[in-house]
Ligand binder design. Structure first.
Ligand code: NAG
Length: 584
């Protein structure tokens, strides 16, 4: 114990000396205010000529001029639930909001809600790519419901957006959708059959990536769809590509029907023999083939083992059993003593009638079957004849979709407070990127900063000033030493106690003055204050910062807590003790 204490004391003194060098500037920085004020300004588009729609929802009068809440009724369902009466509001997010940054929030749950706005100018699918990008923040998570947007087709029935409902023609539907364990990121486009004008939905194949997190983490996510005139597309979540491909190849059902199909009128001929093998018709059962021979027969060579008592039963009535007093022969029947194992059989190889065992019958053949041979009439598997598909067409330009004139949300969700923000529809990916940089990226930076605890910031600071480790160890070790000192004092002999004191004072001598010890004390108080203020973040910091873990002193967390408690609850005692030590 003495050795340990001495070691700790010396370590503290040693670290104290190291700590001294870095102290001054470090203390100043640790008390600095949190720097989470990333400035926010409503975004502006780089080049309005290439932008069809841009909406940041920060300007309420503009929003009200531009957006139409649907007054429609859903067809084919009961009157009382058919109305689009979901509540839309422009407001700030509940958490981590920038001053002046609001979004469009679907406030109500379990209601049909639709809202739409006309584009600045229609997007015509010709030689320019289409980029659609927007943010979704599921403030209340997502149980079951969509958060996708629709690019509404230019058509007579889409002129009045107050009529926007589920059957309103759209060109593209894009965005997240979830119900239960079914997580989706839709990209659906409407394709017009060039032969007969029928419009059909084409669904993008599922991304390989798992999508659970975007529905559960309650962080804003950025959804981007890039669609190019060469029919290729990309889907990005938070700027990361999660799905890509071609309109011609990666959609269900495919845009273009097959050139050939099975002839529906072709039927399998009655005499078409599909059997590859048949039983040999010429084979006959051999005369010596006995189908009736049993599979097993009695082993004739077996003999009764020696010592088998054929006349002794295996079980006999228990001679010691007595009829219970309350046995009622009328009710319970004639009393019989229970059976026990025959004692005469204990040393015998067996008792009772002996029977020889059964063995496999070498003459057993079973049912005779003719051997299989190749079928001389085998014609192979029948397949209907292929004929040219009468409905065939080839659209090499599915990108040339119906012109888009408006954008809208037509949703139903079991979760409320879905926030949409920063919608942009452009032909230039650079414009969408810049728009995201000024909005989504800043938002995520702010959230990251806000969630960074003081401890984490300390950890970061410690990377810059490794000397801080000395300070931390000191902070943790000083109370340990005094606790140990206190614990061991009564137990140790007065001689060793005296020796301890001597060593301590020697150590103090080496340090020349008391001044450093005071420094250390002040520092310790400062650090502890900070710790107390930020206890919540402590665990996080420990997890996040591997280096901190590697370098942290070996004391367990509970130890540290106990020590902190101790020193907090008895500050005066501690102080007295310290003074006493120093005096010695
Ligand atoms: C148009 O063609 C498609 C498939 O080729 C078919 O499914 C659809 O029924 C046709 N529509 C009309 C109105 O004929």
């Amino acid at each position: 114990m003495n050795i340990r204490i001495n070691f700790i004391v010396l370590s503290i003194l040693f670290l104290g000396v190291i700590g001294e060098n870095g102290d001054d500037d470090v203390t100043v920085e640790t008390v600095e205010e949190p720097t989470s004020n990333v400035p926010y300004e409503s975004p502006t588009v780089l080049d309005p000529r290439k932008v069809y729609f841009a909406e940041h929802f920060d300007d309420v009068p503009q929003f009200e001029k531009r957006w139409m809440k649907s007054q429609a009724k859903k067809e084919g369902i009961d009157e009382d639930i058919a109305k689009y009466d979901g509540v839309w509001e422009v407001e700030q997010p509940h958490k981590d909001a920038f001053q002046g940054d609001s979004g469009l929030v679907l406030k109500s749950k379990a209601k049909h809600a639709a809202i739409a706005a006309a584009l600045n100018k229609p997007f015509v699918f010709s030689d320019k790519p289409l980029i659609v990008q927007y943010e979704v923040l599921l403030q209340d998570g997502q149980e079951c419901g969509g958060a996708y947007l629709k690019l509404i087709s230019e058509a007579p029935e889409t002129k009045n957006l107050q009529n926007f409902h589920d059957k309103t023609p759209y060109t593209i539907m894009f965005g997240p959708d979830k119900c239960g364990n079914d997580h989706k990121l839709h990209f659906i486009f409407k394709h017009k059959n060039p032969r007969n004008g029928t419009v059909e939905e084409k669904h993008c194949q599922k991304p390989k990536e798992r999508l659970e997190e975007i529905f559960s983490d309650k962080l804003p996510h950025l959804y981007t769809l890039v669609l190019r005139p060469d029919n290729t597309f990309e889907i990005l979540v938070d700027k990361k590509i999660i799905n890509s491909g071609s309109l011609l190849e990666d959609f269900v059902p495919p845009v273009n029907p097959p050139a050939e199909i099975d002839d529906p009128n072709d039927k399998k001929p009655a005499d078409w023999d599909e059997r590859e093998k048949i039983p040999d018709p010429d084979a006959t059962k051999p005369d010596d083939w006995d189908e009736d021979a049993p599979a097993q027969i009695v082993d004739e060579s077996a003999a009764m083992p020696e010592g088998w008592l054929e006349n002794e039963p295996t079980h006999v009535p228990d001679p010691n059993a007595v009829k219970p007093e309350d046995w009622d022969t009328d009710m319970d029947g004639e009393w019989e003593p229970p059976l026990i194992e025959n004692p005469a059989c204990v040393s015998a190889t067996g008792c009772g009638p002996w029977e020889p065992p059964l063995v496999n019958n070498p003459a057993f053949k079973g049912k005779w079957r003719a051997p299989m041979i190749d079928n001389p009439n085998y014609k192979g598997k029948w397949r209907p004849r292929r004929i040219p598909n009468p409905e065939f067409f080839e659209d090499k330009q599915p990108f040339r979709m119906t012109t888009v004139s408006a954008v809208g949300f037509e949703l139903w969700s079991m979760s409320q407070d879905i926030l949409f923000d920063n919608i942009i529809i452009t032909e230039d990916i650079a414009i969408a990127d810049k728009w995201a940089e000024d909005t989504f990226s800043k938002k995520r930076q702010k959230i990251a900063k806000d969630s960074e605890s003081v401890i984490q910031r300390l950890a970061a600071l410690t990377n810059d000033y490794p000397v801080l480790w000395g300070v931390y160890i000191l902070v943790l070790a000083v109370p340990v030493v005094f606790l140990l000192y206190l614990c061991c004092k009564p137990a140790s002999s007065s001689a060793s106690h005296k020796q301890e004191k001597e060593e301590l004072s020697q150590a103090a001598e080496k340090k020349k003055t008391d001044q450093l010890t005071e420094d250390v004390e002040e520092e310790q108080e400062g650090e502890e204050e900070e710790k107390e203020n930020n206890e919540g973040g402590e665990e996080e910091a420990a997890n996040d910062d591997e280096e901190q873990e590697k370098n942290s002193p070996p004391d367990s967390e509970e130890d540290n807590e106990a020590i902190e408690e101790e020193s907090a609850s008895k500050p005066s005692v501690e102080g007295a003790r310290k003074r006493k030590v120093r005096k010695d």
